[in-house]
Write a protein that binds this ligand. Structure first.
Ligand code: COA
Length: 169
């Protein structure tokens, strides 16, 4: 299978925050953002693998900044690392100031998707070759995050998480 680059999976979703999507403080409801990110990330994973993809794990979400009603929200999703059948997708979330048009970073998130065949069985995907410094840094750290996710899901023993353990030694 021909290796690919993260830019080939890049998926950008821009949408407004409407009243039905907010909490009592008139900011975007967290679950709504999670769903939007799931959609953007699944498109990126599909573009990388050209397969049916399913969400295996939400690895990290930081709601660092509120997103007010009426905001224009842009989610940029890219596959940061491809393993055998699974992919890590990294997302940057931006909001845009109405008057100046200046973009500010609101959130980051990391999801894991698995490519599957028509029967739902995991299937092999292409490797990914990072190009930029940021892509290289995210690629490097992805194996540690995969191990942490598997340990938390009870699918890997902590003493087998060698990359993750190396962080603390
Ligand atoms: C995700 C799913 C396909 C994995 O199937 P499985 O039988 O556990 O398959 P495996 O154990 O071979 O795992 C497949 C890959 O997923 C990875 N994986 C599984 N669970 C994971 C987790 N919690 N975190 C990170 N990676 C995970 C495995 O490490 C493996 O990766 P690799 O092949 O790249 O090394 C299966 O659990 C599933 O269909 N889950 C439901 C998905 C879904 O419906 N999502 C929407 C929820 S509403």
């Amino acid at each position: 299978m021909q290796p690919k680059h993260p830019r080939e999976s890049c998926s950008i979703m821009t949408d407004l925050v409407l009243p039905s999507e907010t909490n009592p403080l008139n900011n975007l409801f967290g679950g709504e953002l999670l769903a939007r990110m799931d959609r953007a990330a699944s498109i990126a994973a599909r573009r990388h693998s050209r397969r049916i993809v399913v969400t295996a794990s939400v690895n990290h979400v930081a709601f660092n900044r509120t997103i007010p009603l009426g905001s224009v929200v842009t989610i940029e999703a890219k596959v940061s690392r491809a393993f055998k059948t699974s992919m890590e997708v990294f997302m940057d979330v931006w909001i845009e100031d109405r008057e100046s048009g200046v973009r500010a970073k609101a959130n980051e998130a990391i999801y894991t998707f698995v490519a599957v065949d028509e029967t739902g069985r995991p299937t092999q995907i292409a490797e990914i070759v990072p190009e930029t410094d940021l892509e290289k840094a995210r690629f490097e750290a992805a194996l540690r995050r995969k191990q942490l996710s598997l340990v938390l899901a009870g699918k890997m023993k902590p003493n087998e998480a060698t990359e993750l353990k190396a962080l603390f030694q």
